[in-house]
Ligand binder design. Sequence first.
Ligand code: NAD
Length: 479
Amino acid sequence: MNIKNYINGKFEDPIHGAYIDNYNPSRGEIYGQTPNSSKEDVEKAYKSAAKAFPSWSNTTLDERSKILSKIADLILEKLEVLAAAESKDNGKPISLAKQIDIPRAASNFQFFANAITQFSSESHESVGLNAVNFTLRQPLGVVGCISPWNLPLYLFTWKIAPAIASGNCVVAKPSEITPMTAYLLGEICNEAGLPKGILNIVHGLGTSTGQAIVEHPNIKAISFTGGTKTGAHIARVAAPMFKKLSLELGGKNPNIIFADCDYDKMLATTIRSSFANQGQICLCGSRIFVEEKIYEKFKNDFIKKVAELKVGNPSEETTNIGAMVSKEHLEKVKRYIDIAEQENGKILFGGNKVEVRGSENGYYLQPTIIEVSDNNCRLNQEEIFGPVVTVMSFKTDEEVLQLANDVKYGLSATLWTNNLSRTMQFSKQLQTGIVWVNTWMLRDLRTTFGGAKESGVGREGGFEALRFFTEPKNICIEY
Ligand code: NAD
């Protein structure tokens, strides 16, 4: 199936007719073409957005809210089709796409449909000065949204929904590796009655299409989720143009397990936080630190449970681990596994590619557990972003806190303990944007979302996202 750009409510071929191949990773086959849009396509999308802005920014909150709700409803109505498309395009298990990706894309629209009707700006009475100040929160104009391949529709809509809810018009680019559900979203927006030009979707490579969005002189803000290296590049391009920037980047998250935790819950959750979506979630707990007292028991139980995970074709409901997103990514993750030995790492489970019957050319990898003894090894310092976790034991609170923080990333951390004082100490001292205690990936969309250190700048979620997509203007009236 060939994908087209979605500009001014219409589906269009790229101006220069350039396309790239779109792969089905579960079979290792090309199954369609995606536009590789040029600067001219981005300009066309920008013009369409700029034309729509005066009217959209003056549309009542009630009207915007109704349209966003309608988009949410239509996503849920088409859940089966969208989940199948996501699974095919990305390689993720169909069950995950049905339970997480697509429902969450609908929730993103529904959440911001509601949030915009509750969003308010500040006012300050300057007592004794006979003055009152109030702050207007005005939309920025045309904004750019750029998203990665791991949770394609989920992360794409997490940006678009608050951007349009707050009255902006958007030029958006999904990952060139997983463009399909973003393409299908265009049809849904038309069906929901979103006026033309408010959302424009241009497909293509980061270095051509993405770069053109970031460089565009009149695109006022860039909301980006992706790798830390790409984020640094985008910051270098956008900062001298004084664009607003929201950067959600990589992670190397610690999963800290104390002996006093609820063991069974911890074990079941750790399976998910290690290997959900083939470990390709920025929030996965890829560095597992276990208190020495339960280290041997944990290792045995963890290996046993991981061995039960079924690696298989993502379209089968019983599959736990689907295909890696691309051949290049599979090779990259495999190279990390291959350096384990040089780093004094011991592969406790997995480590090999898997041949799935009937899909011999697909990109499959075993879930892999590597025991390490030094947090300074590359396996513990670099983001692998695959079904690979390391395990390491610790003795004291101080030691594990130091290990957890001794990394350049700071996205999230998971803590397993029933000790309240320890919970508070770690919550305060972990250098991350998110701390989960006795849970993982429990999301309340009102909360701030984002990372510290090299995991990003700014926060998404709730009113933070609406603040990002609006410019505050203070008005001071003396009376
Ligand atoms: P990536 O940085 O390679 O690409 C992300 C997006 O940026 C893609 O759409 C890509 O085309 C585009 N891009 C690439 N170069 C660009 C440029 N020069 N200008 C503009 N756009 C450009 O990341 P990826 O491999 O798609 O995704 C994986 C990464 O995303 C991991 O590091 C992961 O941790 C991170 N991630 C972070 C979060 C978070 O919320 N912090 C969530 C999901 C994924």
